[in-house]
Design a protein around this ligand. Sequence first.
Ligand SMILES: Nc1nc2c(ncn2[C@@H]2O[C@H](COP(=O)(O)OP(=O)(O)O)[C@@H](O)[C@H]2O)c(=O)[nH]1
Ligand SMILES: [Mg+2]
Length: 238
Amino acid sequence: MHVVAIVPANNRVDSVAATVTALAQIPDVVEVLVVDDGSIDGTAETAEKAGARLLSLNANVGKGDAVLAGIAASGAPQSYLLIDADLGESAIHAAELLKPLSDDTAEMVIGVFPKAGRSRGFGLLKRVASQILLDATGQKFAEPLSGQRAVEGSLMRSLTLAPRFGLEVGLTIDVDEAGGRIQEVAGDFSHLPSGRGPKGILHRAKQFRDVMQASASRRGWRGTLESTSRALLRRTST
Ligand SMILES: Nc1nc2c(ncn2[C@@H]2O[C@H](COP(=O)(O)OP(=O)(O)O)[C@@H](O)[C@H]2O)c(=O)[nH]1
Ligand SMILES: [Mg+2]
């Protein structure tokens, strides 16, 4: 396979080099493209030094548009890997997401974190996102917000990506809508949790807004709010 790995990054000087190095070791990966989304901490230089091709965006455009810019800048590969910049060495496990694509058993594969490595405090949003996706696709997802994905190339290029952190939920609805098969695959991924401090809470709030908007622009606000209240009223998360 001919795979381009796209890594959207915003101020990840701490982890971007290890992420790039790991991805470059995956045999099918012909290019690691870091889309630096207006970082001010040296993420761009660090990524380039680690061997990535660098796409630098001057202003912060958000994750969805950053990935879109990456796709526009990378020709027409057979498949894409979308990998978060904070995975570090554990990005090597992205290799495992490619198998269902090469076996032709899925058009999109979502990487699932081991339980212990999941960031805490995301339970509520994760539950809402899962319900939104269940109602939209009929499929249950353990990690609806995971940014670790392998996607078939031509399908990926045909989609309109949701802005900012709506990317993943929008992508899942759109791939399903286009008739693509979606699989979740567990991998030994780890990332830097956003935590429970003010920054973490702000990140979660933004993510919540973007997930709701991605759903609403596809299924309408009525369906989105119905899914949301169903998720919030349910006492046990399944
Ligand atoms: N393009 C872009 N990527 C971002 C932005 N904020 C975060 N990211 C990237 O999105 C990915 C997920 O972000 P992260 O902070 O790890 O979120 P979490 O895993 O949901 O806690 C990482 O690769 C980040 O570098 C942003 O404003 N723009
Ligand atoms: Mg993360």
